[in-house]
Design a protein around this ligand. Structure first.
Ligand code: AOS
Ligand code: ZN
Ligand code: ZN
Length: 392
């Protein structure tokens, strides 16, 4: 692919201007592994400051106007006030993430725990998260359960599925008409023998049983090595059950590294399925980042991640669908593959720079951020920033 035709450029640029990527509050706080958390200077001391950092990302990228919160990592007295604070900074509260995994009671599970009292406590937290959504104007409740077992025979698989279904149904019934439930699956960890929602099929089955406002969320780090994630994307899109992504990169397990860092080609293949299904628009699928920046500077890493998603999207938008379809229908295996690779191998950075200029932004968001003096300012102002929650 050489020079872009003006119509192609205009079409792709319009879609890139409209793209939205949600950042996560926990990405801005200190995080680490179970071995060590390396604190960074200037990290937020409370949810208000996390929103300020997210607003800084949006200021330089123009495409990250919402921030996912995590309850209770982002516990505040007054959520309506937090939402107003966000608006004042030019961002909004995005997905609300529930936490039923960091309490001693949850040793044997939360909503699938054998003890009905523990299950009730977990469901009460999920309902409380919907309350937070009401107060913040958030659309999506994202549910990830650490529930599972470590040893064969530890608990009954089908009974646990029944308990899970009951908890999901009670929570789903509490949602308002414009609110959605996003159910996230994960193959393993912290449970090692069996997770109660290990894969997209299990999540899908529960979402189908619940109703149309229950959808599956794909965390790109939650699969076995070699899993064809874009296939899952295509199948869920076809079924109208893809609610969102938790983007990140993995080399080994659930590494939560920057999206597009480990396998930019995989990210392109995912975005290709999204573009093919015309599913890039802002009100449908939630494109979220679920990452932890343990050793790299956090705000800069989030900006880099947003740019990585934009670059993969731009390449996906450049796929010549007519050429691709013609090659597919005529059985031209290599021609079809070339249609994809042509787009993937295009350097889209000049196009994205010009899109940013059209949006009134600096074409180089990372350079602009570094020159802004924001990090120096928060380093001086903030002492004793918080732990993100992971790796504590
Ligand atoms: C856990 O592995 C999942 O990726 C969760 O989506 C997420 O990281 C956690 O709930 C933080 O909100
Ligand atoms: Zn996730
Ligand atoms: Zn994860």
């Amino acid at each position: 692919m050489t020079e872009l035709a003006p119509e192609t450029r205009a079409r792709v640029a319009a879609r890139l201007r409209d793209q939205r990527i949600e950042t996560a509050s926990w990405a801005y706080g200190n995080s680490g592994t179970r071995f060590k958390v390396f604190p960074q200077e200037g990290v937020p001391r409370d949810p208000y400051e996390k929103l300020a950092d997210a607003a800084e990302v949006h200021r330089h990228t123009g495409v990250a106007p919402t921030v996912a919160l995590h309850i209770p990592w982002d516990l505040v007295e007054d959520y309506a006030d937090l939402a107003r604070h966000a608006t004042g900074l030019g961002v909004r509260v995005g997905t609300i993430n529930a936490n039923v995994f960091q309490d001693n009671d949850y040793k044997l599970g939360s909503v699938t725990n054998p003890d009905p009292g523990v299950r009730r406590k977990a469901i009460a937290h999920l309902l409380e998260c919907v309350e937070v959504m009401d107060r913040t104007g958030s659309r999506d409740l994202k549910l990830w359960f650490s529930d599972g077992t470590n040893y064969p025979g530890q608990d009954d698989v089908r009974t646990r599925q029944d308990r899970l279904a009951a908890a999901l149904a009670e929570t789903y019934d509490r949602l308002g008409p414009d609110q959605r439930m996003l159910l996230e699956y994960k193959l393993f960890e912290p449970a090692f023998y069996m997770t109660d929602v290990p894969d997209w099929g299990t999540a899908y089955a529960h979402c189908v049983a619940l109703g149309e406002r229950a959808q599956v969320v794909i965390d790109t780090g939650h699969h076995a090595p070699g899993t064809n994630i874009e296939f899952i994307v295509a199948v869920l899109l076809r079924a109208g059950k893809l609610g969102g992504f938790d983007f990140n990169s993995r080399f080994y397990a659930d590494d939560d590294l920057m999206v597009g860092a480990a396998d930019p080609f995989q990210l392109f293949r995912i975005m290709h399925e999204i573009v093919l299904a015309d599913a890039l628009s802002t009100r449908g699928i939630a494109f979220m980042l679920d990452q932890c920046h343990n050793i790299e500077p956090k705000i800069q890493a989030v900006i880099r991640s947003v740019l990585n998603v934009q670059e993969a999207t731009a390449k996906a938008l450049l796929v010549d669908h007519a050429a691709l379809r013609a090659a597919q229908e005529s059985g031209d295996v290599l021609g079809a593959n070339e249609a994809l690779m042509d787009a993937y191998n295009t350097d889209v950075r000049p196009l994205l720079r010009s899109v940013r200029e059209d949006m009134g932004l600096d074409p180089d968001p990372i350079g602009a951020y570094k020159r802004s003096g924001y990090l120096e300012k928060v380093r001086a102002e903030r002492v004793g920033g918080t732990q993100a929650g992971w790796g504590a």
